[in-house]
Design a protein around this ligand. Structure first.
Ligand SMILES: *Cc1c(COP(=O)(O)O)cnc(C)c1O
Length: 366
């Protein structure tokens, strides 16, 4: 096998970020402190919300939001069959049950709001639409259904920071909106996550749960809500603060990458490229497609030095979810077929051009 020349994801931290981290450490700001607060304010401004709360991961941002809503054993959380397993794990950790909804009929692996009502039971507490890799679930419909049934909405916008729907950022429609600051996301602080919220009471509640339920800062204060240690660190916040001012440049790169793939990957038999509505304000995070013979596609690409990343199965494929995959026929098309092509904000365009060339050269094999 050839040595990999093009990776599906690249990370390039840069000197400015390294200097900011070094300065934080030199000043003794290593745990959660003033730099985290500064980063939270900057993120809130970026998202156009009054408050954000940083935590250890996107998954924990989801669990923290569900905890704040009192979700626990006996409760159900509705989410799409096609998502990263983290969405489900966030609910399962609290002892809640996951209820699945199929994706759209029309060729995108995104939750279909028209199929939510059928999944509501007396135990339903939260609807969790998942905005997958920059593509948004139609939020007007989700909010209408939630209002009709008295349910809360927690958006899993983990891989969609910066994407908008009708001019409004995804993750700012529901009671809580969660984003990941993990490695293969637009803004990565090593690990990390953030919750966007809309009022001071919710901000205080999330902040308390994040810090063992403590109200205030003194150890003599009361712990009358259940919490744990879900704190962020100033080291991570320094990295985030170095990246945030450049985020628009990162979006431009992601859109350029997406444009190359969508212009040149048409009418192929090896792979069907999946569109993102960039004109409508969505920011493509990963370049994605689905293949009729994914194993063979991956092998042929790897032989030519290009690493592509097969994506995970649908939630209904996992026994611990307790769902029958035959009930989600639209999502089935994407289980075992989807993959990520070389992309991400630190991916050089020539890697993308080379990948397109190689795909064209192997297409006749399929
Ligand atoms: C990345 C991701 C998460 C989890 O984020 P982490 O920071 O890795 O915990 C959750 N849901 C979706 C859809 C994601 O893509």
């Amino acid at each position: 096998m050839t040595k990999t020349e093009i990776n599906w994801w690249n990370v390039n931290v840069g000197d400015e970020a390294a200097a900011k981290i070094a300065a934080a450490i030199a000043n003794g700001h290593i745990s959660q402190g003033p730099i985290t607060a500064e980063f939270e304010t900057a993120l809130a401004k970026f998202l156009g919300v009054p408050y954000t709360v940083c935590t250890t991961s996107g998954t924990m941002a989801l669990s923290l939001s569900l905890l704040a809503l009192g979700v626990g054993p006996g409760d159900e959380v509705i989410m799409p069959d096609r998502t990263w397993v983290a969405s489900a794990n966030a609910a399962l950790l609290l002892g809640a049950k996951v209820r699945l909804v199929d994706v759209l009929d029309d060729g995108l692996p995104i939750m279909d709001p028209a199929k939510i009502t059928a999944a509501i039971t007396p135990a339903t507490k939260v609807i969790m639409p998942v905005h997958l890799n920059g593509r948004g679930v139609e939020m007007a419909q989700v909010l209408t259904i939630a209002n009709q049934h008295g349910l809360e909405v927690v958006e899993d916008a983990c891989p969609s920071l910066g994407s908008k729907q009708n001019g409004k950022p995804l993750g700012t429609f529901g009671r809580f909106g969660c984003f990941s600051l993990g490695m293969a996301k637009v803004l990565g602080t090593g690990q990390g996550g953030v919750v966007a919220c809309h009022n001071e009471a919710d901000f205080q509640l999330l902040s308390r749960i994040r810090n063992q339920g403590l109200s205030g800062t003194s150890m003599n204060e009361r712990h009358d809500v259940r919490g744990s240690n879900f704190k962020f660190t100033d080291i991570q916040a320094s990295l985030g603060l170095a990246q945030l001012p450049n985020i628009k440049k990162r979006f431009i790169q992601q859109k350029k990458i997406h444009a190359i793939y969508s212009n040149y990957l048409k009418n192929l038999s090896s792979i069907q490229f999946l569109p993102v509505d960039t004109a409508g304000g969505e920011i493509p995070l990963r370049a994605e497609g689905y293949c009729k013979d994914r194993d063979r596609f991956v092998a042929e690409m790897e032989q030519r030095g290009v690493s592509v990343a097969p994506q995970s199965l649908n939630l209904s494929s996992y026994p611990f979810i307790g769902a029958d995959k035959n009930n989600y026929p639209c999502a089935q098309r994407y289980s075992q077929t989807m993959l990520t092509l070389p992309s991400g904000p630190d991916q050089p365009l020539q890697n993308v051009e080379k990948t397109v060339e190689i795909i064209h050269s192997i297409d006749h094999l399929f």
